[in-house]
Ligand binder design. Structure first.
Ligand SMILES: Nc1nc2c(ncn2[C@@H]2O[C@H](COP(=O)(O)OP(=O)(O)OP(=O)(O)O)[C@@H](O)[C@H]2O)c(=O)[nH]1
Length: 873
């Protein structure tokens, strides 16, 4: 029987009244990859075939539908059963013997068997669903781990030093230790709170720290690896329970007699046995009925995937070629051996008429690490492990490692202590083996009667061995057939009758352990987030006011500094305006100190005078700039002092103040704009004041002289002066009676002295005046001219503004420094605050996620726990 369409009928049961929602049709979408999902769906549910066990079409030589009656130990063609009365203990060989005496109750047994079959299918479908649910949980954990790395508790056992996370490395290390005869390895099972989600960490003795520098990301990736490993395992579990055949893996140390054991089961020497290590290729032994009854070997080349219907995937050989083929590990990865078993179904394990059995003979554990790794991975897809141990050697290190790993998954494994015929002190050997087994597989130890057998495989096949093999015969210490028959009966019982145990129990056990682990991991994480919540809240309460204070301080400081800048700038403006105005106003009033060396030197005098005036004004501008510099320097100190109230020196980027740099770029170039040309009229600037000064006459007062001068100027300008010249003498004589001035003087004076005197005064005095007043007149005129130009271009305001602007500009640098420092403080406290808010939110959502997950996982755990597998059979 294989997994073809006929086989699907075997387990394809429409579960009526089974577990709520069970059955593939309404199962949630499979969380596995499409490939594995499709492999599962290849067993469609059929309501009509719920309890019929069907041999495949190749089984023409046996009844098409045969039914095993375990209590009678017989088969008939009308009753479809697979189970017994539901006893929870293993019947062993005695049950077969007693079955003969209960033939009359066959109808009742058949009915019971139907119920058993129905329950088996219920459990299988329910487990199938539970595997899907478990895979969903694992997917959720993986997703969570991506967004927020899962916290994983680490063990602190220094003995874990050399343990690595990969199975290969672990095995390699174990093997290395085994070769070096090192003491028993330290198991991490006690150190880790997990059974399935156990991660091996490397202990760093130098740092005294587990896994040394393992950061969150690396840990997350380790957890992700582990979770994807679990997903793969769940997928193979699913395949395993959906697979109608049973795979029995025969493994053990090199030369322990695995091949001899397989041969003994087949009652013929199919596999080669040798003193030297020989089996280096996996051998799958299948009933020849699966190959149209033809005995042959299909050797699958490395890299090829075996398909019996595709001849390109294997090479055909005779069974007799196996002697050479088992050494061809470099060419073949698998030898599929089809053998006939002519014994009746109630005796043959392979051709039992109930289910397909594949017997897998594996290379010895200590052959090499590659084969050991292969063995570990094959172990995951098989239903039953038969571990063959050499009674002479007991359990080796690699054997112990393998058994604890397999027992973790399977709960129950068969231990065949072979070559028992070679042992003299059998009781001592038995005691020691049992002692070694107890910690490795407690369940197997508990059920040792059924699962631990001391035999001699070689003797079992000998022609002089008891051919009938009565399993009820007392133990004869492995010297002959009875011990082996007893073993075989237990094996048959477990595989065929206790199918729930052999097929479904591993899945149930694994799921329970996985649910426990997920719940434990979720509890640890939930607790962590709950615990860290109050710590984060306390931090937030501390940081939050800091942030507010920083914002307020920043506003306050910025306002103070802005005011300081405004004040300094205004002060510079006011001072500059007042000072330059004062200088411009007074520039012409004091002598400029430019010597007038006569008219021959008039050009130099003119230029020097102009320069003198301009320089005086420029000096006043420079003085204002100096004032502004000092003022700025003080203001900078003030700004830094304000900043330091809130910032430490280091957090304030100090821009260096260079006073000379101020006003170095925008110099006042006013002198270039002044018209430096001059003319004769620039030296004439008559005024009463200057006239009096030149004549050495002191004016009565400034007011009187100003009035006189004003009147004179008016007269002169309005033309009254002409009237005075024309009619003045006439009016004078009319009013005084003096005809002419000359009549008052002697004739000689009138005629000779007076004209010359008058002429001298009228011509000489002005000439003298203008000559003498020319330098001062020029100065006055130049001052007037420059002042006018300054006024035209609003020189005063422009320069005051320029000076104050520069003050503002320079002060903005330290102000900016303080502002940057304060902003950094705000930014730091704000980002701390934001981070804490994020952490709080994340913590809340994580707490919620794990809390909810724990509830769902525990609920599922209880459901799986409630599946009664033992009671079924
Ligand atoms: N005395 C004795 N020798 C046995 C028994 N079973 C096997 N042998 C011998 O042990 C040797 C190894 O047996 P195999 O069956 O080849 O062992 P194996 O475990 O398959 O060997 P590998 O596949 O190479 O690891 C052979 O010489 C067998 O004849 C037994 O029960 N008693």
């Amino acid at each position: 029987m294989n997994g073809s369409s006929d086989t699907s009928q075997t387990d394809s049961t429409d579960v009526k009244g089974g577990l709520p929602g069970s059955g593939n049709s309404d199962s949630p979408q499979s969380p596995f990859s499409p490939a594995s999902a499709s492999s599962v769906s290849s067993s469609p549910v059929s309501a009509s075939d719920d309890i019929t066990l069907v041999a495949n079409s190749a089984g023409k030589k046996v009844p098409k539908v045969i039914h095993y009656q375990p209590q009678r130990g017989t088969f008939d063609e009308t009753t479809a059963v697979n189970g017994d009365s539901g006893s929870s203990t293993f019947r062993g060989v005695s049950s077969l013997a007693s079955a003969a005496t209960t033939a009359s109750s066959s109808a009742a047994a058949a009915a019971q068997a139907r119920v058993s079959q129905l329950q088996y299918n219920h459990n299988r479908v329910a487990l199938d669903r539970s595997i899907n649910t478990a895979a969903e949980f694992v997917h959720e954990l993986r997703q969570e781990n991506k967004t927020q790395p899962i916290h994983y508790p680490m063990t602190e056992d220094p003995d874990l030093d050399a343990r690595l996370n990969s199975r290969d490395s672990r095995i390699a290390i174990m093997r290395q230790k085994s070769y070096s005869d090192s003491p028993e390895p330290t198991s991490t099972s006690e150190d880790s709170p997990f059974q399935i989600l156990k991660i091996f960490f490397r202990f760093d003795p130098a740092s005294g720290d587990v896994v040394g520098n393992l950061d969150k990301g690396a840990l997350a990736s380790l957890i992700d690896d582990k979770l994807s490993q679990v997903l793969r395992h769940l997928s193979s579990l699913k395949d395993r329970i959906d697979d109608t055949s049973s795979k029995v893996l025969v493994t053990g140390d090199l030369n322990s007699g695995k091949s001899a054991f397989c041969n003994a089961l087949l009652r013929r020497e199919v596999l080669p046995e040798d003193q030297e290590p020989c089996t280096s290729v996996f051998c799958e032994i299948i009933d020849a009925l699966e190959n149209d009854g033809v005995e042959e070997v299909h050797a699958v080349p490395i890299g090829s995937k075996y398909d019996i219907d595709d001849h390109r995937t294997f090479c055909k050989f005779q069974v007799s070629d196996l002697g050479e083929l088992v050494y061809e590990a470099k060419t073949y990865s698998l030898l599929v051996i089809y053998v006939k078993d002519s014994r009746p179904p109630e005796q043959s394990l392979l051709r039992n008429g109930v289910i397909d059995i594949k017997l897998i003979d594996a290379p010895g554990l200590n052959l090499d690490s590659y084969h050991t790794t292969q063995l570990y991975s094959r172990q995951e897809e098989i239903d039953l492990v038969v571990f063959v141990v050499n009674a002479e050697n007991h359990f080796t290190l690699s054997g112990r490692e393998f058994i604890s790993s397999a027992a973790n998954d399977k709960n129950l494994i068969f231990v065949v202590v072979n070559k028992f015929d070679q042992i003299k002190n059998k009781d001592r050997c038995r005691g020691m083996i049992m002692q070694q087994l107890q910690p490795l597989s407690p369940e197997t130890f508990k059920n040792a009667d059924e699962f631990v057998h001391f035999v001699s495989a070689q003797n079992a096949i000998k022609p002089d061995g008891d051919p009938k093999g009565d399993p009820d015969e007392p133990d004869n210490n492995g010297d002959g057939r009875p011990d082996f028959d007893r073993l075989e009966a237990s094996l048959r019982n477990f595989i065929l009758e206790k199918r729930s145990l052999s097929k479904l129990l591993p899945a149930k056990t694994y799921l329970c352990k996985l649910y426990d682990d997920i719940a434990r991991l979720a509890e640890i994480n939930e607790k962590l987030y709950k615990d860290s919540r109050s710590a984060i809240k306390a931090q937030f309460d501390e940081v939050s006011p800091q942030y507010k204070d920083n914002v307020q301080n920043s506003v306050k400081v910025n306002e103070a500094i802005m005011k300081l800048i405004e004040d300094s700038s205004e002060k510079a403006y006011d001072y500059s305006r007042a000072h330059i105005r004062e200088v411009i106003d007074g520039v012409g009033q004091a002598p400029l100190g430019v010597a007038f060396k006569g008219y021959s030197d008039i050009s130099r005098f003119a230029i020097s005078t102009q320069e003198g005036v301009i320089n005086r004004i420029l000096e006043s501008v420079a003085e204002s700039e100096d004032f502004a510099r000092n003022n700025t320097s003080c203001a900078i100190d003030d700004i830094r002092r304000i900043g330091r109230q809130y910032l430490d020196e280091g957090s304030m980027p100090a821009t260096k103040f260079v006073p000379e740099a101020m006003y170095s770029r925008k110099r006042d170039l006013f002198q270039r704009r002044i018209d430096t040309t001059f003319s004769f009229t620039d030296f004439v600037d008559p005024s009463l004041e200057s006239f009096c000064k030149v004549c050495g006459v002191k004016l009565p007062s400034r007011t009187i002289s100003a009035v006189i001068w004003a009147a004179f100027s008016k007269l002169w300008k309005t033309g009254l002066s002409g009237l005075v010249v024309m009619y003045g003498p006439h009016m004078f004589s009319t009013m005084t009676g003096i005809q002419s001035m000359s009549s008052l003087l002697p004739q000689a004076v009138t005629k000779k002295v007076l004209p010359w005197t008058v002429m001298g005064i009228c011509i000489g005095l002005p000439i003298y005046y203008f000559y003498k007043d020319a330098p001062r007149a020029y100065q006055r005129k130049v001052v007037k001219k420059i002042k006018k130009e300054l006024e035209n271009e609003d020189y005063l305001s422009v320069n005051s503004l320029r000076i104050s602007k520069e003050v503002r500009k320079v002060l903005n640098y330290p102000a900016n420094d303080v502002s940057i420092g304060l902003n950094a403080l705000i930014e730091t406290s704000n980002s701390k605050r934001a981070k804490l808010i994020r952490e709080m939110k994340k913590g809340e959502s994580c707490t919620e996620f794990y809390g909810e997950l724990i509830g769902r996982v525990k609920q599922q755990r209880n459901i799986v726990e409630s599946y009664d597998l033992i009671g079924v059979d």
